[in-house]
Design a protein around this ligand. Structure first.
Ligand code: SF4
Length: 390
């Protein structure tokens, strides 16, 4: 049952941009959401048992990744790294391997670094207050507020995309997430709510949950919203206008020419794939991939042959289109046109690519390394094609 926000006559909200700044109204808003959340909250792995470490991991995974894609990797990560010390002492390679499927691998490195700071500077105990949490690598105002309020009950505000959408619609506030004025307004409102409700952690999580499940970006389910009676956007039928949409920066297209080299040391042994490590910075930093050439324009096959130092043109395997936040990547996947790997000069290839860190790795044990999803997929295709031919 949806909950009316008007719990008592003196608490009736007179909706306006600033209504949630009024302590009584912030309290009414929070009470309605608390009641709703206690019966509507989704069962999520990180909610079953609350502690600072589990919250730190789940918040890192949930940044820019949908809840459904985080559930399984979260459980896998917790099995391998059950506490902050296990994570701090783990290798970066293991951490990246367990991050597979989540993307944005920089978050994994920062989480690993945060665990090491907690081990070295906080006696292995996750800090409980937002101010100290903010000093950890990769922890921003939102994550610090989420952990401090939801796990430890601090009156710390949080604002993410879901919270901003609920606030913007509730008060029909103009502006876009990412604009300084709009963001500052959201944080002020969130602070007012956190300061005035009985259970700030529950209310913070409830606002996020409302944005994720009811006050959705498209097609909000206002009929089942616990604060619908006081929502200005619902009253005016203008939910689609709030928050205003940010104009996206122009996307760039990149062409990645990839050479997948498969070998078997004997006719019955498992296939191995040649991998090189990506540079320290930029997209997929320090992750592994087959040897590649990256260009803003598609390269001619003769250019690809000479820049890979091959003796013959490589054979086409497949073309994969992949979207990241800022760019479209077209992978042109090839393999060396050789009958036996003895005709293939690994040394010439690596020299031509600037001698990156490289290794041969069993193709059925790629889970041990950090590889992007498209690289993993193209290796699977190359392996099955080479199996068909053998
Ligand atoms: S009434 Fe509709 S628009 Fe308003 S907060 Fe609820 S779901 Fe969002």
């Amino acid at each position: 049952m949806p909950v009316q926000i008007m719990s008592a006559q003196e608490d009736i909200i007179s909706p306006s941009e600033e209504s949630l700044l009024d302590p009584r109204q912030a309290r009414s808003f929070g009470e309605a959401l608390t009641l709703w959340f206690k019966q509507a909250a989704r069962d999520l792995p990180w909610r079953r048992q609350r502690d600072g470490y589990r919250a730190l991991v789940s918040e890192a995974m949930l940044q820019q990744t949908q809840v459904d894609r985080v559930k399984e990797p979260f459980e896998r990560f917790m099995t391998r790294f059950p506490d902050v010390l296990a994570l701090a002492d783990g290798s970066e390679e293991d951490v990246l391997a367990l991050w597979q499927g989540l993307g944005y691998y920089r978050r994994a490195r920062l989480l690993h670094a945060a665990a090491q700071v907690i081990r070295d500077q906080h006696h292995g105990v996750v800090p409980q207050d937002a101010a100290t949490l903010l000093t950890l690598p990769g922890v921003g105002r939102y994550t610090a507020g989420a952990i401090a309020s939801i796990v430890f009950g601090e009156r710390a505000p949080i604002v993410d995309g879901n919270v901003a959408r609920v606030f913007a619609r509730f008060a029909t506030r103009s502006g876009r997430p990412g604009d300084r004025d709009f963001d500052a307004w959201c944080w002020t409102l969130a602070s007012s709510v956190a300061l005035n409700v009985a259970e700030p952690g529950v209310v913070n999580e409830a606002i996020m949950e409302l944005g994720a499940t009811v006050c959705r970006k498209h097609d909000p389910d206002c009929a089942h919203c616990p604060v619908r009676e006081a929502c200005l956007a619902r009253a005016s039928g203008e939910t689609a206008l709030y928050p205003e949409v940010r104009v996206r920066a122009t996307r760039t297209t990149m062409h990645h020419h990839v050479l997948v080299c498969i070998r078997r040391t004997t006719s019955v042994s498992a296939p191995e794939v040649l991998l090189v490590q990506r540079p320290e910075k930029g997209l997929w930093a320090r992750m592994w991939q087959p040897p590649s050439l990256e260009s803003k324009k598609e390269l001619m096959s003769g250019t690809v042959t000479s820049r890979f130092a091959l003796r013959r043109e490589p054979l086409d395997l497949q073309r994969i289109e992949h979207r990241t936040t800022h760019r479209d990547i077209i992978f042109h996947v090839t393999r060396p046109d050789v009958a036996r790997m003895t005709e293939f000069s690994e040394a010439d290839l690596l020299t031509a690519l600037g001698s990156p860190v490289s290794r041969w790795h069993l193709a059925d044990r790629l889970d041990e390394l950090g590889l992007s999803n498209p690289h993993r997929r193209m290796i699977d295709v190359a392996v099955s094609e080479s199996t068909d031919q053998s």
